[in-house]
Design a protein around this ligand. Structure first.
Ligand SMILES: Nc1ncnc2c1ncn2[C@@H]1O[C@H](COP(=O)(O)OP(=O)(O)OP(=O)(O)O)[C@@H](O)[C@H]1O
Ligand SMILES: [Mg+2]
Length: 833
């Protein structure tokens, strides 16, 4: 901008000076002025007018001479020493200039060469000799001519000023040469006097390549040496500035071009390398991935993440470890369902039908499930409903019932086993920092389904454990909590995933094992085990047909008689569920097939003898010690285990000693305390029981619970321990086929206990006829009786230990002083031996 302004102002100056002839009139000698008057010598010379060109002294320029008058002028000059006055038109448009159309300042020149061109024009080479003006202008001879006066250089300034200006000019010119490569740098700038300075200044003017027409005319007309140098300095500074700017721009452009070229080159190289490595298909594949991602209906956040990952993948060599990790990640995202859901087909009748067709019995559980489905159907949006948790011993059909729920809803069914999970990362995934990291079990399950709303079974939720580092239960809490699971973030995926449409069902063997925060969010449905009758129904209706089908047998080829089935249930299995039963039935089928293949039989109806033959001795023969009447010191309790109800026999023995109480059989602390409480009760009742007050100090008491490998604990054995002790002390045997459960207090009260359903079922299955239970459990048992047929079991409710003794012995136990002391003495003697 600055430059342009300056240039414009210079042009203005020039036009003022040159264009107005009247201005020049008083400056220049008039045409009438004589040679003597001006004081200059004059020579008659032809005049050659130029358009847009100024010939400076010391310059040699080629000129095409085409106008007739000019040709004549040149021809005249050639005849007269080749001298010619060359000046410029102030308007290049004029074809036939007159005196006023010409600058009066021109150059006396000499023609160095002439060439005639085919079109009649002349090409001449003219050299400027000296600044000059023309007077006595005429056109008489057919060309312009006049008297030409040389104009010498004036020099009025002091020497130092001239020298300073000269140095300035030299410096500027040197800089100018540096910037302008086109300028010949053959001028020697070493000048010793003003004459030489004058000469070199004109040379410099000639060498400035971009000197405009107007500037040239100024330089030509400036006769004063210092002024001319100053004018040149101005021109040079402005030129240098322009050149510097040009150079900067060029530099910038060059670096841009260089960058573009570099990128282009590198890209080409990459392409070539890819081709060389046989990776041309990679980009095609990535495009496919991109298209797939678009189809999945990913959320904006996920889409951005995937696209970023695909871009990264593009840059990587396909077999590098980063590429493998990246590819693995994209594959996971693309394999998950993000939008598609299955429409629930909730028809209650249909659901009931499916539940009944897969499971016999379980009426209470089924009722609760149907109730749950009804609520879901009614509200259409039961995402916030509690999570069903099926609790019960193994093999009662928890897993298969969950599958039936999924079937009745028409949803996909996925099972996640939580047994032994102790690391949060198994639920929430591993961070994507190393090869082989995977999402957690939840996302893994989601990958297997195509829909966002499957039924996911969290199997064995009571078996998750925790260590000091992580707690999987808290991760599960996020999964199950409807407030949080809409935006579940797996560590591997790193993006939010919506689990709110998933229906979660959990299973557990025991409620106690379920972490409390999880338990709090669940609706517990108990499946407590089957009676023998129920097992028979399940076996005939489900297990036997299923096994026949699996083994490719027909009902004609293999039948199991009901006696045989009873035998299996009673003596070859002991369980709450039916898994063992199913296994035994399968074994019988395999034996059948074996015999059919050996052609010993064609079909068979399996009876009890056949069962014994094929399965060998019964595993669980009913040889309960309670059946023999004459053994004292024995009582049978009922216990609850994870595997269902069981009997717990208590043996006691009284031996001479110092009053030590020994308990063996892997007992927990609670059990030991129960024994202490029982003993305290007996001491308080010693008189009633016919015992000496010091009975406990003279004798050692040993209480043993057989099956020592199984750990036992809990307060419910209290009354059993007490009964066994009293039997041993009084030598009164307990009644046969009697089992009991109940906690004892020091004052002999009997407190309520848990797990009664399983305990009663076990008592019934093991052939007990009577059970003693706490009176406080009356209501619970009434509930149980509604569901389970326990009609052949006499249930005795007791409030105190005295009542227990009433029912546990045929007659009230009382030690016989005569009978008891003698054998004891004998025994003591024996012991001493
Ligand atoms: N009421 C029933 N009617 C028909 N079949 C049953 C019934 N209960 C259980 N079964 C069968 O018993 C087998 C075991 O059931 P399932 O695997 O569901 O038990 P589970 O309760 O999940 O046991 P675990 O706690 O050991 O996982 C299955 O083949 C199932 O079909
Ligand atoms: Mg299961």
């Amino acid at each position: 901008m600055e430059i342009n302004k300056e240039k414009k102002s210079r042009i203005k100056r020039i036009t003022k000076k040159t264009v107005a002839p009247q201005d020049m009139a008083h400056e220049l000698p008039s045409e009438e002025t004589t040679f003597e008057e001006t004081g200059f010598n004059g020579t008659f010379l032809a005049l050659l007018p130029l358009k847009n060109v100024v010939i400076l002294p010391k310059s040699i320029i080629p000129i095409i001479v085409g106008r007739k008058r000019s040709i004549k002028a040149v021809e005249f000059a050639l005849k007269n020493d080749k001298g010619i006055f060359i000046t410029s038109q102030n308007d290049s448009q004029i074809e036939f200039p007159e005196k006023n159309d010409l600058f009066q300042f021109g150059t006396r020149s000499t023609i160095l060469q002439v060439m005639r061109m085919p079109n009649g024009a002349l090409k001449i080479l003219a050299e400027g000799i000296c600044r000059a003006k023309m007077t006595h202008f005429s056109e008489e001879s057919g060309f312009m001519s006049g008297i030409c006066h040389d104009i010498p250089t004036t020099d009025n300034s002091p020497g130092t000023e001239l020298e300073a200006t000269w140095r300035q000019l030299k410096e500027l010119y040197t800089t100018y040469i540096e910037f302008n490569e086109k300028t010949p740098n053959d001028i020697s700038l070493a000048a010793r006097n003003p004459k030489e300075i004058d000469y070199i200044t004109d040379m410099i003017a000639v060498h400035i390549t971009n000197l405009s027409f107007e500037d040239r005319q100024i330089i030509l007309e400036t006769t004063d040496l210092k002024e001319r140098m100053l004018a040149l300095c101005t021109i040079l500074s402005s030129e240098i500035e322009i050149l510097q700017t040009e150079q900067r721009i060029r530099g910038r452009m060059q670096s841009q071009i260089d960058k573009n070229q570099r990128e282009y080159y590198l890209n080409e190289q990459i392409k070539a390398i890819h081709k060389e490595l046989g990776r041309e298909d990679q980009s095609e594949e990535l495009l496919q991935l991109q298209a797939k991602a678009k189809k999945l209906g990913l959320s904006k956040e996920v889409m951005i993440k995937v696209e970023k990952e695909i871009k990264r993948l593009e840059q990587m060599p396909p077999l590098s470890s980063e590429a493998v990790v990246s590819r693995h990640y994209i594959d996971w995202i693309l394999a998950l369902p993000w939008q598609k859901t299955r429409t629930d087909t909730i028809s209650l009748a249909h659901a009931e039908k499916i539940l009944n067709s897969n499971h016999a019995g379980l009426s209470k559980a089924k009722e609760r499930i149907v109730e749950f489905l009804a609520a879901k159907k009614f509200s259409k949006n039961l995402e916030r409903s509690p999570i069903i948790c099926l609790v019960g011993p193994p093999g009662v059909g928890k897993t298969s019932l969950a599958q039936s729920i999924a079937d009745s809803l028409g949803r996909d069914f996925m099972r996640i086993s939580l047994g032994g999970v102790k690391d949060e990362a198994e639920i929430r995934g591993h961070r994507r920092t190393y090869i082989g990291s995977l999402p957690g079990k939840i996302i893994q399950a989601m990958k297997k389904t195509n829909y966002l709303n499957p039924v996911i079974l969290l199997d064995e939720i009571d078996k998750i454990s925790r260590d000091s580092h992580s707690d999987p239960a808290s991760a599960l809490l996020e999964v199950l909590d409807p407030e949080q699971n809409k935006t579940f973030v797996d560590h591997f995926l790193e993006v939010e995933y919506d689990l709110s449409k998933v229906m979660f069902i959990a299973t557990a063997n025991m409620i106690e094992g379920i972490p409390y925060p999880l338990y709090d969010r669940m609706e517990i449905i108990n499946l407590s085990g089957y009676t023998n009758e129920e097992k028979t129904t399940i076996a005939t209706q489900f297990l036997i047909p299923k096994c026949l089908k699996e083994h490719g047998l027909t009902t004609r080829q293999c039948q199991i008689s009901s006696e045989a089935l009873q035998l299996i249930i009673n003596e070859y299995t002991r369980e709450s569920g039916v898994r063992q039963l199913e296994r035994v039935i399968a074994k019988l089928m395999r034996k059948t097939i074996q015999d059919i293949l050996h052609e010993t039989i064609k079909s068979i109806k399996i009876n009890p003898d056949q069962v014994r033959k094929w399965l060998g001795n019964a595993t669980f023969k009913k040889t309960s010690l309670t059946e023999s009447q004459d053994i004292t010191g024995l009582a049978t309790g009922l216990a609850w285990t994870e595997l269902g109800g069981d009997v717990l026999e208590v043996e006691t023995s009284i031996i001479a000693g110092k009053g030590n109480l020994t308990l063996t059989g892997q007992l927990g602390e609670v059990m030991q305390e129960s024994a202490q409480a029982a003993l305290s009760y007996i001491r308080a009742r010693a008189a009633t029981l016919g015992l000496k007050p010091s009975f406990h100090t003279a004798k050692d008491i040993h209480i043993h619970f057989p099956e020592g490998a199984t750990p036992k604990d809990g307060p419910s054995a209290g009354i059993t321990i007490c009964t066994a002790l009293i039997s041993a002390l009084t030598k009164e045997p307990t009644r046969t086929k009697l089992a009991m459960t109940g906690e004892i207090t020091l004052r002999g009260r009997v407190l309520s206990v848990g797990g009664l359903r399983e305990k009663l079922l076990a008592a019934k299955q093991l052939g007990f006829k009577r059970v003693i239970v706490p009176r406080d459990n009356f209501d619970d048992i009434q509930e149980i009786l509604k569901e389970t047929d326990l009609s052949d079991l006499e249930i005795i409710y007791v409030k105190t230990m005295d009542e227990v003794l009433e029912h546990a012995f045929d007659k009230m136990p009382r030690a016989q002083p005569t009978k008891t002391t003698k054998p004891t003495k004998k025994k003591t003697v024996k012991e001493k031996k």
